[in-house]
Design a protein around this ligand. Structure first.
Ligand code: SF4
Length: 159
């Protein structure tokens, strides 16, 4: 969805959004029924956790490191879910957050590639995708996280 500002090649080299430390486990994608079924076809032993109403992949901590890799990540080939990856992953580094009772689309400061792009360019894309993103958030409200300082607000939902 973000190919206007982020190429597949850039993502394939980086993969930062597919690994987490214990502080950003909240960033792990919300898993819908469809994604769960597909993930279980790929990895029948995969377990899930639940937090704040959201279904999430259970991830194992790397030995001696505060690091968790998404179980769907093939480090050579990328995401094993392909085009059917969770919606959160399809729009990352954009996120939907609740800012003082309004839903907003924000830019994560973690993506090293998009964060360097002109903000006007990223905002234009967020505005263009807003109807689709907010419609998905209607279906999966668990993807809306409380606002975190440092995330750039790009688009505010119109009332
Ligand atoms: S589901 Fe795929 S894109 Fe999303 S975090 Fe896991 S490996 Fe990365």
């Amino acid at each position: 969805m973000l190919t206007k500002i982020l190429s597949r090649a850039e993502c394939a080299k980086c993969q930062i959004c597919c690994s987490f430390d214990s502080y950003d486990l909240w960033e792990t994608p919300v898993i819908t029924d469809e994604v769960q079924s597909l993930a279980l076809e790929i990895a029948p032993q995969q377990k899930f956790s639940y937090a704040s109403g959201a279904r999430l992949f259970r991830m194992e901590r790397e030995p001696d490191e505060d690091l968790y890799f998404c179980p769907m990540l093939d480090r050579k080939k990328g995401c094993m879910l392909g085009e059917n990856k969770p919606f959160d992953c399809r729009i990352w580094p954009l996120r939907v957050m609740d800012f003082e009772g309004r839903r907003v689309i924000v830019l994560s400061p973690v993506c090293p590639t998009v964060f360097k792009k002109p903000v006007e360019e990223v905002k234009a894309l967020a505005d263009e995708l807003a109807p689709r993103i907010f419609a998905e958030a209607d279906k999966t409200p668990e993807m809306v996280k409380p606002y975190i300082s440092g995330y750039v607000i790009l688009t505010v939902e119109k009332k």
